[in-house]
Design a binder for this molecule. Structure first.
Ligand code: AMP
Ligand code: TRP
Length: 329
């Protein structure tokens, strides 16, 4: 079975875009791949965090992953700091990454160009830590958004460099870029991605929104004056986005099917159907979420996960340190 690894940086509340674009797929992947999903808490602190908020986000993130169907019996779910080899190999990777390479990483460059002050050294070197995250597990595939592709390419370069210098140490991973169409747009401005940085808070449905709020957000979603339910992202971006949501939450129901059902009906009827589906999904996730919080499932999942991950990561770290000549015995 091929291995897949993904790191999640929970710097905010998870939303419907995260669910449709990422989480739902991870749940499918866990049957096809040996899946490693970790909470990247070392990456979180590359920018300032409020400790209480970070703590709550980390816990919610694990709970929601489980609530959405990630199964600790199939997938290895763990907290990055529970596997110390990440920080250790991260340092070693940092020593094998050139400053010229880090200088080219757009995430850091963009922040610097915007004139953001007091950027941390951790933010600058974070691609080297990400390389360690991936290479520790000999991952075949790394599912990431377009913005992370550059980091996976850097990982490949550094892995090849070290393989050439020290012998075969690492598997060289492939990025797996999310399929097109997996871009859910804001309900209040369908030209923008649904995102946690939504200032008005009307366009983003959080997985933990209460059902009344979620319904209201769908019912007041921006549409158009054409009055037809048709999948045409260019001319009817709002309606097409709602159709995308409805389709994704109904086992990828074909658009033609949805168009046929709502032919000759008003947007009100259509929005009600979308709201029903969204609420049904949230209700299921939130029900499991509450159960998970009340049970010991989070601790249990993380304990099993870190156990499994530590075994693999420790063996890889030992191999690397030996190859470099860092060990005495
Ligand atoms: P982020 O919330 O930006 O850290 O992204 C976490 C994951 O969710 C990534 O795999 C993204 O590709 C995915 N994601 C975030 N926002 C959306 C969206 N609006 N539509 C689809 N996928 C998204
Ligand atoms: N850098 C990723 C992000 O910002 C999170 C991440 C950290 C990651 N380590 C990883 C993703 C390893 C994939 C593989 O979203």
């Amino acid at each position: 079975m091929k291995r897949m690894l993904s790191g999640i940086k929970p710097t905010g509340q998870l939303h419907l875009g995260n669910y449709i674009g990422a989480l739902k797929h991870f749940v499918e992947y866990q049957d096809e791949y040996e899946m490693y999903a970790f909470i990247a808490n070392l990456h979180c602190i590359t920018v300032p965090q409020d400790p209480q908020e970070l703590h709550a986000n980390l816990r919610d993130c694990v709970a929601l992953y489980l609530a959405c169907g990630l199964d600790p019996k199939k997938a290895t779910i763990f907290l990055q700091t529970d596997v110390r080899a990440h920080a250790q190999l991260g340092y070693i990777m940092c020593c094998h990454t050139y400053m010229g390479e880090l200088n080219r990483m757009t995430q850091f460059k963009d922040k610097q160009a915007k004139g953001e002050r007091n950027l941390s050294g951790g933010l600058y070197t974070y691609p080297a830590l990400m390389a360690a995250d991936i290479l520790l597990y000999d991952s075949d595939y790394v599912p990431v958004g377009e913005d992370q592709k550059q980091h996976v390419e850097l990982t490949r370069d550094v892995a090849e460099r070290m393989n050439n210098r020290y012998g075969d140490l690492f598997k060289v991973p492939e990025p797996l870029i999310a399929k097109v169409g997996a871009r859910i747009m804001s309900l209040s401005d369908p030209s923008k991605k649904m995102s946690k940085s939504d200032e008005t808070n009307k366009g983003c449905i959080y997985l933990l929104d209460d059902l009344k709020t979620a319904r209201k957000k769908v019912m007041s979603a921006v549409t158009d004056s054409l009055g037809q339910v048709k999948f045409d992202p260019e001319n009817q971006p709002g309606i097409s986005n709602l159709m995308q949501i409805l389709s994704s939450l109904s086992n990828d129901r074909p658009m033609a099917d949805i168009e046929a059902e709502f032919a000759g009906k008003g947007y009100g009827d259509f929005k009600r159907a979308v709201a029903d589906k969204v609420c049904e999904t949230l209700e299921m996730i939130q029900g499991r979420y509450q159960e998970i919080l009340a049970s010991g499932e989070i601790n249990e999942a993380l304990a099993i996960g870190s156990d499994r991950a530590n075994k693999i990561a420790d063996a890889k770290l030992a191999k690397v340190q030996k190859a470099i000549g860092m060990e005495i015995i």
